[in-house]
Design a protein around this ligand. Structure first.
Ligand SMILES: NC(=O)c1ccc[n+]([C@@H]2O[C@H](COP(=O)([O-])OP(=O)(O)OC[C@H]3O[C@@H](n4cnc5c(N)ncnc54)[C@H](O)[C@@H]3O)[C@@H](O)[C@H]2O)c1
Ligand SMILES: [Zn+2]
Length: 353
């Protein structure tokens, strides 16, 4: 659909009501998932989809496989099954699956409907919501894609029971991001409790609030001409740290947590965010992102600088940064690479905060 989706349907066990949660076109479902997710939760989704005949398409859901070739596999399988305009896609998995399945749906027959049933915390809070689809290219992450809004998103937190710890933490970081830019009260509830929420797997309340923030901001600016950019809070430096390579396996949410820590320090210098709060929250985020990891994993200043430059080139030199003047109040600022690097150094060095 080429406009914002209806609000996500959320609830434990709700996947069983998938058939009545939304309206569907008349045709078949193409269930797109990965072997790993189907091993864990295949029985639940197959039974939920029994209201309609469906075709299963499995993809490799590692980030390195989120490519045009991966999408081609989905297209080939759909075409081999003689896909028709009244068929639809159901994306069942994490953000890699929903990005690829949504993209495939947007180009099959110039666009058939799709529905999201996310199974990771990050996909529930972020990736499956908001209609951005796409794949990575070796030269640039997320540079090939479409806006193609799902006709329905069903969030069943029961799927999280099997989620590995680091994936859960990564999702928590994105949730905190949404609340910091769009829900001051929700952010205050999470503050100082990231470790505790990860340990107790207690993010359900925060997840609901994060979904509401994302849905509201996407409704205001579906195609990211302006307001939607605030959801990139923490992503300028986060992205650069991810691509700088020194943390070879830095999870996306861990990189974003470090990026938010740096953005908070800059917010206190440049946009009036209260200084002691910025420092305390940056310290918490930095600790949370690096729990159990050796400090010598710090990427070099040169590697981070090169990654910042590369990202900027991809956006024609315009990479306005998102800062906060206080929780829930994002502002757009012009931050130089050197400023980002100084902030990165402060959050990455053990003595910097
Ligand atoms: N389109 C958007 O707006 C948007 C927003 C944020 C992120 N993204 C994209 O999302 C991707 C990251 O998504 P992600 O964090 O969900 O990671 P992911 O899709 O890579 O999933 C992480 C791992 O968890 C496994 N998994 C999935 N569900 C599970 C479950 N219930 N139990 C056990 N294991 C499970 C997957 O098989 C995978 O190995 C990135 O590619 C990112 O670019 C997109
Ligand atoms: Zn993100």
């Amino acid at each position: 659909v080429n406009g914002p989706s209806p609000p996500a349907v959320v609830g434990s066990g709700r996947v069983r009501a998938l058939g009545t949660a939304f309206e569907y076109p008349e045709g078949r479902a193409f269930l797109v998932s990965s072997p790993g997710v189907m091993d864990l939760h295949g029985a639940a989704i197959r039974s939920a989809l029994s209201f309609r005949s469906f075709v299963e398409i499995l993809v490799d859901d590692r980030e390195i496989a989120k490519t045009l070739r991966g999408v081609e596999g989905i297209l080939e399988a759909a075409i081999a099954s003689e896909v028709r305009r009244d068929d639809f896609v159901v994306a069942f998995g994490g953000g890699v699956v929903s990005d690829m399945a949504g993209f495939a749906a947007s180009v099959l027959l110039r666009g058939i409907r799709w529905y999201g049933v996310p199974t990771t915390l990050l996909a529930m809070a972020d990736a499956a919501i908001g209609g951005k689809t796409g794949v990575d290219h070796p030269a640039a992450k997320n540079q090939i894609g479409t806006f193609h809004f799902p006709s329905g998103v069903l969030v069943d937190p029961d799927f999280l029971e099997t989620l590995p710890e680091r994936a859960y933490r990564s999702g928590l970081a994105e949730i905190y991001k949404a609340l910091l830019v769009g829900d001051a009260e929700g952010a205050e509830e999470m503050r100082g409790r990231l470790e505790e929420l990860a340990r107790l797997r207690g993010a359900r309340r925060a997840l609901l609030r994060a979904i509401a923030v994302k849905e509201r901001i996407v409704r205001e600016d579906p195609f990211e001409s302006d307001r939607r950019r605030v959801l990139n809070f923490g992503h300028t430096l986060g992205h650069a740290l991810e691509t700088a390579g020194a943390y070879r396996d830095l999870a996306h949410g861990e990189a974003v947590a470090l990026g938010m820590a740096a953005a908070l320090l800059l917010s206190s210098e440049r946009s009036g965010y209260p200084e002691p709060d910025a420092r305390a929250q940056a310290a918490e985020l930095s600790r949370f992102a690096r729990a159990g990891r050796a400090p010598e994993l710090c990427p070099s200043r040169d590697a981070i600088r090169a990654a910042l430059r590369r990202d900027k080139k991809n956006t024609a030199g315009r990479a306005p940064a998102v800062l906060l003047s206080r929780p829930g109040a994002p502002v757009i600022a012009d931050i130089s690479d050197e400023e980002w690097l100084d902030a990165a150094e402060r959050i990455l060095l053990p003595t910097g905060l």
